[in-house]
Design a protein around this ligand. Structure first.
Ligand code: ZN
Length: 414
């Protein structure tokens, strides 16, 4: 996507401001950059250095603040599974802009102020719960701020308060759906839509949640470093891609290895630049999320650019016997074999000097397990010229989680 004149002007203004703010993080970053030299796409790509998660970590605790202390109204922190967390300071404008984008997400999903929105992501340091909540209030809908866990209470409130929208991670939505099914309470549920955030999920899982609950599902995109969830969503006219709000954020899709833009429509790493963020603006932040631009115009007529669902993480890519394997690679294979469910795991080990991959899949009751095993092996061999070990188990036997789940486990370098 090409930068517009307005976006270029916003980026120049943002760089001028952070250069002058006195914070060494930005002074160092832009010491060789004259913002007035950023005249077009090419000069932007040449002049504005990338920013990585490590850069943000190195600024711990408040090194990212680009405004005086008295203008900061809140901080959030990324969940950082390892090491030092990233702390992101927000001004009042940042908090307001985020809520504006989030309310827009609900609107694009066809949610109105008449809806009752049950919010299951966590509140507190991370951005999920409070983002869903602020957007809901801005829209004027009724928030049911459950937070995570306590499935009993979730199901009770879902029925008693007649929630019409559920906000959850895909694994938690699946867990709730399976509980609704197991308890036979589908007829007491008033859900119409689900807004699903924060992790990559496959078509099978989507179908399973949809078919149990009979609801429409929307993907919401975002990350703590860049406001939080709510910077993009797929609209109710197309589930092919998520609109990203380019009046707040400029998106690039880059080759993770070269850092150059990929040809339009190809998969690469989502890289984000904020346009009006005050507390901790981002410049060419490498998200490690993989997606592609959706180039065709959306039937809804909105001009916000679209990206595909998140297809994987650049650090989840594993190379097995010369093949690049993503979670989506595995999902494609599994969903092409009848009788499989959406849950799977894979383990990669090094044994007797060779890489060995084991794929674990769940199947419905009564499905011929040997047939599924052979089916998966066959498709793998056809598509990737390799044959994994396949372990077939019953529905519900693989671990479910209320948190992000890592489905491919690479044990070769441990
Ligand atoms: Zn649309």
């Amino acid at each position: 996507m090409n930068l517009t004149e307005k976006q270029l002007e916003q980026i120049r203004a943002q760089i001028k401001r952070v250069k002058a703010c006195g914070n060494p993080f930005y002074t160092e970053r832009f010491k060789d950059v004259n913002p007035d030299d950023i005249k077009d796409q090419e000069s932007f790509e040449r002049l504005v250095p990338f920013c990585t998660k490590q850069d943000l970590r190195d600024a711990y605790p408040l090194g990212l603040a680009a405004v005086p202390e008295e203008e900061i109204v809140r901080i959030h922190s990324s969940s950082g599974t390892t090491g030092v967390p990233v702390i992101v300071p927000y001004t009042q404008k940042d908090v307001d802009d985020w809520a504006t984008m989030f309310a827009r997400c609900y609107e694009l999903a066809g949610i109105t102020k008449k809806d009752r929105i049950q919010i299951t992501p966590g509140y507190g340091l991370w951005t999920a719960g409070i983002g869903f909540q602020a957007g809901c209030e801005k829209l004027g809908a009724m928030a049911v701020p459950m937070g995570p866990g306590n499935t009993e209470k979730q199901l009770q409130f879902m029925q008693d308060l007649k929630s019409t929208v559920i906000c959850a991670t895909s694994s938690y939505a699946l867990l709730l759906a399976e509980q609704v099914e197991a308890r036979g309470i589908k007829n007491n549920i008033h859900l119409k839509k689900g807004v699903i955030g924060s992790e990559r999920w496959g078509e099978k899982m989507r179908e399973r949640i949809q078919s149990i609950l009979g609801i429409e599902l929307y993907d919401i995109y975002g990350l703590t470093e860049c406001y939080g969830p709510g910077i993009g969503v797929n609209c109710d006219k197309s589930d092919k891609g998520m609109h990203i709000f380019d009046d707040f954020i400029y998106v690039e899709i880059l080759d993770p290895e070269t850092g150059k833009p990929v040809p339009e429509g190809q998969i690469g790493e989502i890289t984000l630049t904020t346009l009006v963020k005050e507390g901790a603006p981002l410049f060419r932040f490498r998200t490690h999320d993989l997606a592609a631009f959706v180039t065709e115009k959306c039937p809804c007529g909105r001009s916000y650019p679209r990206i595909t669902q998140i297809l994987g993480r650049s650090d989840d890519m594993v190379k097995v016997k010369g093949n690049i394997i993503f979670p989506s690679t595995l999902e494609d294979v599994i969903k092409s074999v009848p009788g499989t469910s959406s849950e799977y795991r894979a383990k990669i080990e090094h044994e007797d000097g060779k890489d060995k991959m084991t794929v674990y899949v769940e199947v419905e009751m009564g499905v011929d397990r040997v047939e599924v095993e052979l089916g998966i092996k066959y498709v793998f061999k056809q598509k990737y010229n390799m044959t994994p070990e396949v372990v077939v188990v019953g529905i519900g036997e693989l671990p479910r989680s209320e948190k992000k789940t890592k489905r491919i486990e690479d044990l070769r370098f441990e």
